[in-house]
Design a protein around this ligand. Structure first.
Ligand code: GLC
Length: 425
């Protein structure tokens, strides 16, 4: 619950008389803002940034609420909070896939009036993909907090030891993994993992190889078009990796952050994962692989044709907040180059401002950011639609059922086509 103390001058004078000098300072009017973030988005780093903001903004206190570990779990909770018009949350971190849905549901306060005459100038500072993702029907629905894309993480030490180059194609990845696994003879060492559990990340486990094969969910007219060879490629790719024992038998149970944990424990050679993984592997006390990690763009079916999903997190102001102006001011601070730099250094969160990628301190903490900007700039969007939650559910549950061996590729694709045709026409 929020604690807010608004004291009139006379009341605070009266209180000041009644209280000792040390407690009289509570007479400063206080606003408490509550920000909601996911567990994977480094709430500890958010807390430090919020501490700095409190120091420079007398009268404002920030509470950080940490939600579920995955994007769709967080949204499920937020559905309940927002459907009941609950004012408990002021600033909410939302995944890049959500602004269209949030605009349609009117959960986010449009920020245009707060941005005022400087709106275009402010929005022009962001990477175009994030500017565009956050403007829906001409209105600014949220402000970009950090960018994201999927990369290939690999064990530099093991590849060097066995004379394997970082792969540029899926075939090279599979061959390299087979070679290292055989030579190492370590039953705990898994070759490759991507998200396979029925979570948001598994949408990209389908889309990345489909895009990489030159496919798309829709044709030039925007109609669903899954009756293509490219739409089948992801099923074949993951079936081949499973048959070669490069992916583990339980891939269908693995969510995003488990991949990070397996990698960090020293039990994984190649991981398809998002930007946050790097700093965890370098700084977590339990990491077994500090200084043993390389990061490159994801492979493709051919070296010149790879794809990746665009990700990232935005700052929405709840339409039901009782402190919208104060919430906006805090969101503007969070969405600044200064905070982008701090986040990049502490959490390897990719910046939404192009110039922060070349900052020497940022590059020192994340040497691979030197190659990351073009990856973010060419990363592709999951379908932009107010019905995205349903689109996501159909893709991830079918991909998961295939990986679990519960559906054949034909059945998964047929079910995807049937159910997606209800929402993408
Ligand atoms: C990362 C991305 C986000 C994506 C999620 C899926 O957090 O930034 O966009 O949806 O992973 O696991």
């Amino acid at each position: 619950m929020k604690k807010r103390t608004f004291l009139s001058l006379s009341a605070s004078l009266a209180l000041g008389l009644a209280m000792s000098v040390s407690t009289a300072s509570i007479s400063v009017a206080q606003t408490t803002l509550r920000i909601f973030t996911g567990g994977q988005q480094r709430p500890d780093v958010m807390r430090k940034i919020a501490d700095d903001y409190e120091k420079r903004t007398p009268g404002v206190k920030i509470e950080v609420e940490v939600g579920g570990a995955t994007s769709e779990q967080q949204q499920q909770y937020l559905n309940t909070v927002l459907a009941s018009k609950d004012s408990a949350l002021d600033v909410i971190l939302i995944d890049v896939i959500r602004p269209a849905q949030w605009a349609a549901a009117q959960w986010a306060e449009p920020l245009d009036a707060f941005l005022g005459a400087d709106k275009d100038k402010i929005m022009a500072r962001y990477l175009p993909a994030y500017r565009e993702a956050n403007i829906v029907g001409g209105k600014v629905i949220a402000l970009p907090y950090f960018a994201d894309a999927q990369f290939l993480y690999y064990r530099k030490d093991l590849l060097e030891k066995h004379g394997v180059q970082p792969p540029k194609t899926w075939a090279e990845l599979q061959a390299g993994a087979e070679k290292v696994m055989k030579a190492e003879g370590n039953p705990n060492l898994s070759g490759f993992q991507t998200a396979g559990a029925p979570i948001e990340g598994t949408v990209c486990t389908y889309l990345v190889p489909m895009w990489g094969a030159g496919g798309a969910l829709t044709n030039a007219q925007g109609q669903l078009a899954l009756n293509t060879a490219e739409a089948r490629r992801p099923f074949q790719l993951w079936a081949d990796m499973k048959a070669a024992n490069v992916t583990p038998p339980n891939l269908a149970e693995i969510p995003t952050d488990r991949i990070r944990q397996n990698f960090q424990a020293g039990n994984l050679l190649f991981a398809m994962n998002w930007g946050y993984v790097w700093q965890r592997t370098q700084n977590d006390a339990d990491s077994q692989i500090k200084d043993k990690v390389g990061v490159v763009p994801l492979p493709g079916f051919t070296a010149d044709k790879a794809a990746t999903c665009i990700g990232g997190w935005q700052l929405a102001i709840s339409a039901f907040s009782k402190n919208k102006k104060a919430a906006f001011d805090f969101a503007m601070y969070l969405s600044s180059p200064e905070v982008a730099k701090a986040q990049a250094i502490a959490a390897s969160h990719l910046p939404v401002f192009p110039e922060v990628y070349t900052d020497p301190d940022v590059l020192k903490a994340n040497p691979w950011f030197a190659q990351a900007l073009p990856v973010v700039q060419t990363a592709r969007s999951r379908p932009v639609s107010p019905a995205y939650p349903r689109v996501s559910e159909v893709i991830r549950t079918n991909m998961n059922a295939f990986l679990a061996g519960a559906k054949t590729a034909d059945a998964a694709l047929a079910d995807m086509t049937r159910d997606l045709s209800q929402v993408i026409r």
